[in-house]
Design a protein around this ligand. Structure first.
Ligand code: ADP
Ligand code: ASP
Ligand code: MG
Length: 408
């Protein structure tokens, strides 16, 4: 008998019909003699609707109450799923994050899981029940409900699989695995049979939302293999797992994009010690994550500083930086929201030269201007104009031999 953790995303439980289909699928695996823990997301679109409601009350809803509100989306799906299972003649029990409990820190809206208590889940499993757990939520040490950040049900599933030492963690979604790029914008994207934790982590951080970043961090830390697969077919999907020798052979295994960033430039910043620290301190204190940072060479004691921040934090960051610019005597602060980041990811980049050149050439051939570049051992990212995102993704996908009609 195996212990299986399965997670179904929002589109997989988007209607009552789909919830019934998922219940049948879970029962089938249960009938094969397995213990089943099923993590569910809110029905498609529900979390967005809840956030909209909150914004109808006020512009910046109280974070604690926003988490109480957002957590209700998952409560609806687990309740409906447990009812569906019971109506099919099997026993089920739904558990919310606080009932498990899944202990987190107190950072509302982006809480981190500290520990998962497995006693109650195990007791329910021992009774032969199918256990369903609300994704995306936890409990802080003061007894408050927290949520884990958008897409956080993936993390709930992997954390449960790690804590329960499950045999498999299966992430069911609306595509049948992890592809070389988003199959919804590049028809020539190819499904990968396997991908290493490290590459998946880069792809997730650079915009591939098929798995949430922290779920991959968790999986890598606790060595939980993840099987990403489709809710609507029986086909094998993609295994996300520790690196094997074969994986190194592929130079570029994926292309990603993110439209979720904005660019800020501070012009004519006095170039002296301590300035970068003074510029970024208020930004970091406001919890804003700065990504790429580029500083130009200095001319007559002044320099320009350009960096990117998440789009939702753009206006707040601009406000803070305009104040800083006055304090330190910088000339002005400019911003641009119409940008995107396109990236290539691959373990083989560690040992291959010329990859960056090939990327720049490919973009140049399409007349796409590169505004910023950043590299790490296994990725290269370029900031470009947002309107060229799809073109850039398809161009890079083909330039690196990833198209489904090429040899790869
Ligand atoms: P769920 O609601 O099941 O959590 P998500 O919408 O969060 O599903 O993630 C699945 C989506 O991720 C796909 O529909 C696809 O558009 C997108 N995606 C982006 N990059 C990739 C990729 N490299 N491989 C597969 N899907 C990707
Ligand atoms: N319902 C949450 C969201 O939409 C969590 C998830 O779906 O994983 O972000
Ligand atoms: Mg998701």
């Amino acid at each position: 008998m195996a212990l299986i953790v399965q997670k179904y995303g929002g589109t997989s439980v988007g209607t009552i019909e789909k919830i019934k289909t998922v219940a049948q699928r879970v029962i089938k695996t249960y009938e094969q003699g397995n213990q089943m823990v099923v993590v569910l997301s809110a029905m498609a679109g529900q979390t967005d609707k809840l956030i909209e409601l909150a914004h109808e009350i006020c512009e910046q809803p109280d974070p604690r109450e926003l988490d109480v509100l957002m957590a209700t989306g998952e409560q609806v799906s687990v309740a409906l799923f447990a009812m569906a299972v019971k109506s099919m003649g099997y026993d089920a029990s739904s558990l919310l994050g606080f009932q498990v409990p899944i202990h987190t820190d107190a950072l509302y809206g982006k809480a981190r899981i500290h520990e998962v208590d497995t006693e109650r889940i195990r007791a329910e499993l021992e009774k032969g029940k199918i256990v369903t757990v609300a994704g995306f939520q936890g409990l802080d040490e003061n007894g408050n409900i927290t949520t884990l950040g958008r897409g956080g049900s993936d993390t709930t599933a992997v954390a449960l699989a790690a804590a329960l030492r499950a045999d498999v963690c299966e992430i069911f979604t609306d595509v049948d695995g992890v592809y070389t790029t988003d199959p919804n914008i590049c028809p020539k994207a190819k499904k990968l049979d396997t991908i290493s934790y490290e590459e998946m982590l880069e792809m997730a951080s650079l915009g591939a939302k098929v798995l949430e970043i922290r779920s991959v961090e968790f999986a890598s830390k606790f060595q939980v293999p993840i099987h990403v697969r489709s809710t609507f077919s029986e086909e094998k999907g993609t295994m996300v797992m520790a690196e094997t020798k074969d994986m190194e052979k592929v130079v570029v295994s994926g292309v990603t994009y993110s439209k979720n960033e904005a660019r800020i430039t501070m012009k004519r910043v006095p170039d002296k010690p301590g300035i970068a620290s003074r510029i970024f301190k208020p930004v970091f204190e406001a919890g804003i994550v700065v990504d790429m940072i580029v500083q130009n060479t200095s001319e007559d004691g002044f320099t320009d500083l350009t960096f990117t921040v998440p789009k939702p934090d753009f206006h707040r960051a601009l406000e803070l930086l305009r104040d800083v610019a006055q304090d330190i005597g910088a000339e002005r602060v400019m911003g641009d929201e119409d940008i995107a980041k396109v990236s290539i990811v691959g373990l083989g980049m560690r040992s291959h030269a010329g990859v960056a050149q090939k990327m720049f050439d490919a973009l140049a051939r399409e007349n796409i201007n590169i505004m910023m570049i950043s590299t790490s051992e296994i990725k290269i990212s370029c900031i470009i104009e947002e309107k060229y995102t799809e073109l850039a993704v398809r161009t890079l996908h083909s330039a690196f031999g990833l198209d489904s009609d090429s040899q790869g």
